[in-house]
Every structure is written in C-alpha cells, then in structure tokens.
Design a protein around this ligand. Structure first.
Ligand code: HEM
Length: 871
C-alpha cells in the first residue's frame, strides 16, 4: 500500500514537473524569446509594433485589413494602404525595414533594394524557404515553391526545361486555342457588362492544363475547384492561431474539410497521371517530363509518386492564380487608360492585323510589354516573398538571429516614391520604354514581380507570353471600358486580386478598325514637324519616308484588305488638281491657314454673289428675318428696369432708351446683340460640357476625383456659389478640357494697315488667324505629353501650367476682346458637372465614334454617347 502511495506521489511529482517544464518552455517561446529578439533588433535600429503575448500583431493586422475593405476607394493606383494597410502604416511609422510579429514568430519586413538583393541572391542557404505546414502544405505540398536542397535542384531543372524561352514558342498555339474559346464565349456579352476575373480564371486554368499537362480544363476542372476551396480555407485561417498541443488532437471543421480536399486533389491528379503517356523525356509537356523522371532508370534520380503529385498541384495553382490576376489588372488598367488601350491596339494591329499572334510577333510587342510591366509594378500578383534565416546571419549592417522570418515586400518596393518618383502611383507605361534596367536605374531589386535570384519564378517568361497572346486577341476584337458598377477594392487572398472582380462594358460589335490617324500624326514616327504640310518627306518615295515601316503610312490600308481604288483615286486627284492649278492661283499663301478654305476663289467672289443668290442664300435671308422678328417680339415683351441689376436684355433696353441720344443703341444693334448672345452663350458652353463629360467618361479616375470633391463640398445638396469657387479639381479638369478641345479654335483679325509683327512686315488687309487650337497642342509649349489628358498640369493654376506664358492657354482669347463669358462659362460648367457627378457615374458608350470636327466651334461629329449609372 505504502509502495503504491510512494509511486503515486512520484508520478504526480513527475507530472507536475513535466507541466512546469512545459509551461517554462511555452513561456520561453511565447514571451522571453520574442522580448529578447525585439530588444536585439531594436538595439540595431529596427523597431516595429510591439509584441503582444501569443497573438503578436495578428489581431491588429487582421483588423486593419478588415477596416480597409469596408470602404471602396477611388480609381487610383495608390493601393498599398488598401491591400496591405499594416505595411503601409508601419513603414511610415517605423521605417523601410521593420519587425512585426506573426503570432510569436518575428518577421522582418524588408523594402530596401540593397538588402533584398542580398537575401534573394543568396546561394549558401542562409536565407531558405520555410516548410509551410498547415493548410498551405495541403495546398501546394512539397512542390517546387517550397522544396529545398537536392530535390529542388532536380525539380527546378525539369521545370526550366518545360518553360524556357525556346519551349514557349511551342506553347503559343495552345494559348491561342484557349483564348479563342474564351472570346467565343464573350460574344454573348457584346453590348453588355461582363466580369473578367472569372473569365480569366477559366482561361488561365485551360492554358496551364493544356501547356503543362497536355489535358483540358475540363479534365482538371475538379482539381481547380478543390484548390479554390482549399485556398479559401487557407485564407480565412491566415491570422488564426492554434493552441499548440490541443491543435494536434482536436480538428476544426476547416481541418476536416481541408484533409478531404487534399485527398481528393491527390486522387484526381493520380488519375490524370495514369491517363498520361510518358514520352522520350525531352520536348514533351511538363507532366511528361515529370513522368519520365518518375520512371528514371537511375533510382537515385527517380522522383516519388508523392513528389510528382505535389509538383502537379504546385503548377495547377501557381500557373493559374497569378496569371489570372495579371490579366485582370491589365485589362482593368487599359479600360480606364483608354489612350494606352488604343496604343496597344495599334501595335497589335500593325503587327498581326486580324490574324492570330505569332511567336515572333509577340517578341516585338514593345508597347504591350511596357503596359504589362507597369501592371506588374502597380498590381503585382505575388506581393511578398518569404525566407527564413537558417542560421545567425549578417544582412547589410544588421545581425539577424536564426529562425527569423524575412518578408520581402515587393509590393511596397513597387510603390516607393523614393525609387519611382513622385508619380509612383500613376499608370505610366512609358517608364519602361527603354527597358526595365533604365526604368529602375539599374537597381535590379526595384522591380521584382517574379522575385529574383536562384528562386526566381519559373513562369517569368511563360506568364508575359500568355498575357501578350490573350491581350492581343482581345484588343483585336474589342474596345472596352470599365463598367460603372465596378468597385475598386484590391485585396490580398494569397495573390493581389480585385475583391469583386472587374466589370467591363463590351461594345456591341466586334472591333475591326485600324485608325490611321494616330500613326500618321505620331511625332515619334514622323518627327517634331509631324503636323506640318511637308510633301518633301515623300521626295524619295514612301519606303524612304517611312523607313520601310509599312505600318506607319497606310491611308489605303495594308495587306489583303488594301483599298482597290488606290490607283484610281490618286490618278483622279492628280488630274483634278492639275486642272484647278491651270485655272487658279491661290491668293493667300498663309502657312497657318491649312484648315481655312476661305482662300478658294469662288467662295469669296463677292461681285458675283451680288447678282446671283443660291438656294442657301435665299434660305439664310429668310432665317435672318425670322430671327430678327422673333427677337423683336421678345424685346417688346420685356420691361426695362432701372438700368442696373437687371438681366442683360434689360441693360440693353435701358441703353436703347438712353436719355443721352449719343449713347443710345439702335434697335438693329439691340437685335444683333441678342442674336450674338443666343448663339455664343449656348454653342460654346455646350461644347465645353460635352467634351468635359467625354473626357471624364474615359478618364474615370478623374471622374471619381471630381465626384469626391463635389460630394465633400456639397454632399447631395445643390452647389452653392461659395462652394463653386472651391472646386479646384473641377477647375483643373475644365481647364484641361478647354486646352485639348477648345470650343473656339481660332481667333481672327484683319491687318487694318501695313503693320510690323515681331520681325515681320504685314500688308494691309491680310487676315491673321490665331490658332489657339494649335497652340494648345504644341509640344514645345506643353511638353511631349501634350496630347494626354492631365488636369494635374493646372494644379497650381494657369500661370504655373503655362510657365507664365499668357498666350499659351487662350480658350477665351485674351486682351481687350477676351470673351465676356470667360467667367460665366466655367461657372455654368461647374454647376452642371457637379450636379451630374452627384447623380451619375458614367462611361463612354462603345457606340461612340471619336471624330472632333469644326462647325464654327469644335464639336463631336455624332455627339457623345455615355452610359450612365447611379453615382
Ligand atoms: C504574373 C504571374 C506570376 C507571378 C507574379 C509570379 C510570382 C512569383 C514569385 C514572386 C516567385 C518567387 C517566390 C520566392 O522567391 O520565394 C515565384 C516562384 C514560382 N513561380 Fe511564379 N509567378 C507567376 C506565374 C507563374 C506561373 C505561370 C508558373 C507556372 C508555370 C509559376 C510557377 C512558380 C514556381 C514553381 C515558383 C517557385 C520557383 C522556385 O522556388 O524555384 N509562376 N513566382
């Protein structure tokens, strides 16, 4: 009995000791070690949010992310604060590299390129991939993304073989077939709204199935579905911490479902493997290469069936998820930056016409490469790259303890104004016009959407190729805009994706036009004098003039569709011009009057006109009389008041009845004045409003900025006179609209008597045509981006925008005859635009055809069609 008692006492003492030791171990892990590491890093200048027992910063991160997702943002690309609010806030607070706590695991966030290079280029296994464990392991297994050592070397070699640049050429036809299937499906959306994220999910699944596994999406379909479910489970458990011992015995609902999904994926991949014949070992698709390795005669080189399945899972996941996001964000960007959409389309059409892309042509898509790079910079699908410090290490001036996690935030690097400049958050593909090295100032770690060093993404050539094929084929068929139902909320679910997809508006008809205007007016092709009439360009023929680039001059089209009337038209024009020149000399050699047809002899034959009245003359006379009589009637019905404070007609009437006869104005003057204001007060402002709405409907980021300003000043109430003076963004937009599309595009004077103008001597009666339109579009004044819509030029006022060059921006003219409506019109425009923006979000309808033309004022030939939705 006594022995049993002693045994019981010994047992309970051992148990107590075990629990005390376990407690000390846990306390060491959950408290002393974190505090020690925090102190150690702090003493080296690395601070961060303080460690909180057990949870670390997980709760803060999770709350910040949830809060960021509550409210959508405007269409800006300043998205770090939305998708990774904790990184954004803590970089600001603690500096470019800081320490955060993922539970009790310390994580060093690194955004300095010099340190990034050291980490990612490391080859002596100081910075290694950490085995993921938990749900992520179920998702990707020990595939290429996580494997290390010899296994990684072997697998990487196989993957490199399957996806290296030469092999990619053979994969292009499969990409084209998949894109054709998708575009066939799109026909049902023509004229409607469609969501592209889901579309690209199907497409990229199909592409990776065909290219890596030699099967179709349908065969791999339930693998993708199970991977998606597993992804969701993994995502919702990212910040959940498990109590160490208990989690080994107790399985949550998510654990059970994840186990089943893992098994399901394994079995389905096995089935596909069994149905795949393995070939010679080279030249086949990735799965064939894997199978060959599985059957390797050299047993030590063989890969196990589990490795094979893990590799397939990795590629099903990594090959689809990331490219899907790249395509979605690229299309989103092109739908709001329609100038770049058009540039990309011109490039595609000039290289491929309406034919499918070719591997050779794809390598020549320079504009497209710039766009894809800029999309990868602003919206990198993979937004952080993780490593574990394997043993105590030196990084720059820092000493890092073993087991520290290192998180390279390429997302933060891509949005760092110190690297990319103040315009870091603007979509400017031209940054990449001279390649990545130039864009990054040879700072290789400044642009790392695919990582860098030995573990750089194996898909880094495959993905851009797929994106180029797919985008080319879309651009050949559709001009698309962003649907007003789209809500801008980029968020991270492994990859960076749009929370509710991206909704586009597809035009009703397939797009099958090539604009000749853009290449014919491109100064990069024709030089700075592109807009000057210089027939001498063609002195040595078209080939010489175009530097043998047939796609730069094609007034009659190119290829099989070339106009059959080409020779006929040129012959006819030559004959007609010869005969006109034989009969007439054109009297006014005015260099700037290229759009002024008044010099044609018959138009100004006044003597002849005196005796002969055309049908138009007769109708015009009648209309003039009709207007005169109707205006008279209105005048008669108007009481004239005190002479001040009344409306304009009352002031005119007062002047007509002036007691001082010499000051009086005649009834004809009065009517003429009324006619002038009926015309000038309507026609010009109408065009300003129309062009402003047109511009805002394609530059929806500015539309959103203007709406925010209006809502912050007036809410849903009508605009107030005071508030109107505070509409700064709106003023910038109106000024930029007036610059690009000035309603009045030339200002005429006649030289009254022989005069000196600068160094010129002008004869009397010469007409002087001040083309403010040309001035507003002059790159020497406004810079190379003269033809881009950039209201920010006017952010510090007109004087700053024009460099104090008062005649550089003259939509209302200048001097004593400056337009009397120069204040009235912007006020009217601000009131009307504010009230529209309060009510509607709008995009350009696909039926709109861009043809600005002059009918007195500059107007759109067929109006502007917009698609409105609730604002
Ligand atoms: C826009 C598309 C893609 C992006 C942004 C992307 C991004 C990345 C990044 C940043 C890494 C490096 C991770 C690290 O260093 O820890 C990586 C690795 C990897 N990627 Fe991609 N990826 C893309 C497309 C693809 C595609 C299409 C495939 C498959 C065909 C793929 C397969 C892989 C694999 C297997 C790895 C691991 C490589 C290794 O550790 O050796 N990725 N990817």
């Amino acid at each position: 009995m006594a022995a049993i008692g002693i045994l019981a006492i010994c047992l309970s003492c051992s148990l107590c000791l075990y629990f005390v030791l376990a407690l000390i171990r846990q306390l060491n892990k959950l408290w002393w070690t974190p505090i020690r590491i925090q102190h150690q890093m702090h003493s080296q200048g690395i601070s961060g949010p303080p460690y909180k027992f057990f949870y670390g910063n997980n709760k803060d991160v999770s709350n910040m992310k949830k809060e960021a997702m509550v409210k959508p943002m405007d269409l800006s690309h300043d998205i770090l604060y939305k998708a990774q609010p904790h990184i954004h806030a803590w970089i600001k607070k603690y500096g470019k590299n800081f320490l955060l706590w993922n539970g009790s695991h310390p994580e060093l966030i690194v955004t300095e390129p010099e340190l990034i290079k050291e980490i990612l280029n490391n080859r002596d296994n100081t910075y290694v991939k950490e085995k993921p464990g938990g749900y992520i392991e179920k998702l990707l297994g020990d595939g290429l993304v996580f494997s290390t050592g010899e296994k990684w070397t072997k697998m990487r070699k196989l993957a490199n073989n399957a996806f290296h640049a030469e092999s990619l050429k053979n994969l292009v036809p499969a990409m084209i077939t998949s894109a054709e299937v998708m575009l066939d499906r799109w026909k049902i959306y023509e004229g409607k709204e469609m969501e592209v994220f889901e579309e690209f999910t199907l497409l990229t699944s199909e592409v990776i199935s065909r290219t890596a596994f030699g099967s179709s999406y349908l065969e791999g379909r339930n693998i993708f579905e199970m991977l998606t479910k597993l992804t969701m489970i993994t995502a919702r458990n990212t910040y959940q911490l498990r109590i160490p011992v208990i989690s080994k015995f107790y399985k949550t609902k998510d654990d059970i479902e994840a186990d089943e999904l893992e098994k399901g994926i394994y079995n389905r991949v096995l089935e596909i493997i069994k149905n795949t014949e393995f070939g010679s070992g080279t030249g086949g698709h990735f799965l064939q290469l894997l199978l060959t390795a599985h059957h390797d005669a050299n047993v030590s080189q063989r890969i196990s069936i589990k490795d094979l399945v893990d590799e397939c899972k990795t590629f099903y996941f990594a090959g689809q998820e990331t490219t899907n996001n790249l395509l979605t964000w690229s299309v989103f960007l092109l739908s709001i930056h329609t100038d770049w959409q058009e540039k990309a389309r011109q490039e595609v059409l000039s290289l491929f016409g309406r034919q499918n892309p070719t591997p050779d042509g794809i390598t020549k898509l320079n504009t497209m490469s710039m766009i894809i790079n800029e999309a990868l910079r602003l919206y990198p699908p993979a937004i952080s790259i993780l490593r574990k410090v394997e043993r105590k290490a030196t990084l720059g001036k820092l000493t890092l303890p073993a087991n520290l996690l290192v998180n390279v935030s390429n997302f933060a690097v891509h949005h760092d104004p110190d690297i990319w400049g103040e315009d870091v958050n603007l979509f400017k593909p031209e940054r990449f016009s001279d390649g990545v090295a130039k864009a990054t100032n040879n700072n290789v770690a400044a642009f790392i959407p695919f990582g860098m060093g030995p573990r750089i993404c194996v898909g880094s050539n495959f993905t851009p190729t797929e994106a180029k094929v797919v985008l080319s084929m879309i651009l050949q068929r559709y001009a698309f805009t962003l649907s007003p139902t789209y809500v801008h909320l980029p968020f991270q679910l492994f990859t960076l994706r749009p929370l509710n997809g991206v909704q586009l508006t597809l035009p009703a008809n397939l797009l099958l036009y090539i604009t000749t205007l853009a290449p014919h007016h491109d100064p990069k092709i024709w030089g700075e004098d592109v807009h000057l009439f210089k027939p001498e360009r063609f002195l040595e023929g078209i080939a010489k003039a175009t530097n043998n680039n047939i796609a730069t001059f094609f007034p009659f089209g190119i290829g099989p569709g070339t106009c059959v009337g080409l020779n006929f038209v040129t012959t006819e024009v030559k004959i007609a011009l010869s005969m006109i020149l034989q009969c007439y000399a054109f009297p006014f050699p005015q260099p700037m009057s290229t759009h002024n047809f008044s010099f044609l002899p018959f138009a100004h034959n006044m003597e002849f006109n005196k005796f002969y009245k055309t049908k138009d003359d007769i109708e015009a006379d009648e209309l003039e009389k009709g207007i005169y009589n109707r205006v008279l009637e209105i005048i008669k019905n108007t009481e004239f008041g005190s002479g001040t404070g009344g409306h304009f007609l009352q002031l005119l009437l007062t002047a007509h009845h002036d007691a001082n006869v010499s000051q009086r104005i005649s009834i004809k003057d009065l009517v003429d004045e009324c006619k002038t204001f009926y015309f000038a007060g309507q026609e010009t402002t109408n065009n300003l409003l129309t062009w402003s709405v047109f511009l805002l409907s394609i530059h929806t980021d500015w539309q959103e900025k203007a709406r925010q300003e209006v809502l912050s000043l007036f809410g849903r109430q009508n605009p107030t006179p005071d508030g109107i003076t505070k509409l700064n963004t709106m003023s910038m937009i109106i000024n930029e609209a007036l610059r690009l599309y000035p309603p009045a595009i030339s200002i005429l004077r006649k030289v009254e008597r022989k005069a000196t103008l600068g160094k010129l001597t002008l004869p009397a009666n010469l007409l002087v045509n001040v083309s403010n339109f040309a001035v507003h579009h002059d790159p020497d004044i406004w810079g190379e981006d003269v033809n881009l819509f950039k209201p920010e030029r006017f952010s510090d006022g007109v004087a700053k925008a024009t460099n104090n060059n008062v005649a550089a921006f003259i939509p209302f003219g200048m001097g004593p005859r400056i337009c009397v409506g120069s204040n009235f019109t912007p006020t009217e425009a601000k009131v009307v635009l504010s009230m529209i923006l309060q009510r509607y979000a709008f995009t350009l309808s696909p039926t709109y055809v861009h043809l600005p033309f002059q009918l007195f004022t500059l107007r759109p030939l067929n109006g502007v069609q917009s698609m409105m939705s609730d604002g």
